[in-house]
Design a protein around this ligand. Sequence first.
Ligand SMILES: Nc1ncnc2c1ncn2[C@@H]1O[C@H](COP(=O)(O)OP(=O)(O)O)[C@@H](O)[C@H]1O
Ligand SMILES: [Mg+2]
Length: 349
Amino acid sequence: MIHNLALQHFRCFPDLDLSLTPGINLIHGSNGSGKTSILEAIYLAGRARSFRTNYLSDLIHRNDNNAIIFIKGEQSDQHFHIGCQVTPSSLAVKLNNDKLKSRVSLLDFLPLQIITPVSHQLVDSGPSNRRKFIDWGLFHVEHSYRNIWSQFRRVLKQRNHVLKNKGTDLSSWNQQFTECADRLSYYHELYFEELSSYFVELQKQLLGNQIASIEFYAGWNKIKGLHDELKRSLHSDLARGFTQHGPHKADIKFSFVESKRNVLSRGQQKMLVFSLQLSQCLHLMNKTGLTPIVLIDDISSELDTNFLNRLVTTVKDLKLQSIISAIDEKSINSKLISNVFHVEHDQDN
Ligand SMILES: Nc1ncnc2c1ncn2[C@@H]1O[C@H](COP(=O)(O)OP(=O)(O)O)[C@@H](O)[C@H]1O
Ligand SMILES: [Mg+2]
């Protein structure tokens, strides 16, 4: 869990110091008061990037030239601290005073699950978010997945390079490619099987009943085999300059029990996505003993009181620490909340 968050010159905050508690921490305040910025700072410390900008200068208070984020926390009985210094051209992160070599090291201390007003995109947009979702799960749970993932990315890049240069002798690349792909896909399938049962249970809690099931698509036709698919698509791979089949094309397919996807309300779609995201949290906890922290930005967006309280109750029952933002404090049953902060935008800042 996070015990303390301190900010200096971050976004609209000249400085800020928050002590967080286990359970549900609610941050409320009007539009532009800095709620999302607080969640963004935590996310930045856990992932070494922002979820809403690629420009480091956006993160620094307009009157300053660097911003500091400092987090003190505890994970599996181990105390940790993360310090980030942001300048317009660099982001330096230190984990327990040591300069961070790879952002992956942060995952073992501050695993974050983030829910935002655009989280419904996991169901209704293209597959890239769903692939990131699968990677989130496996990067946290399977350390060996991290190596295989990097190895696969390297081979994919090299194979694509050969395709772009219209090289036709791909036999050695194909061999390496299919080997890495099979290893990666093995993890994908196993993960998916394990996740599916949590997903059914969480839908019942959040939506009242199961409205969808998930199926995994490996990224190629498993019956034909990847070698065969690569051979068959060689001409079009060459024409396009990239590899069209493989685990980099993996996806999650949803099938809906009664209605079609486009009949679902936005609120139902969001609850479905939360079921999936909380499934990942449960899976992570049971597999590794790590406890993820849930960030929920603008929780009331598109959710009625019933859905809202079910979501908050579920997060509380799972004993997850969460930091939730809302415009109106009263939108959530106060009995569920362990800590409340009010933020206000100071016009002088
Ligand atoms: N780099 C910055 N320097 C100063 N103020 C900023 C900076 N970036 C954003 N802001 C201001 O911070 C305020 C808070 O934004 P935000 O965190 O999105 O608020 P909320 O989520 O509460 O609506 C906004 O009024 C915005 O104009
Ligand atoms: Mg906001």
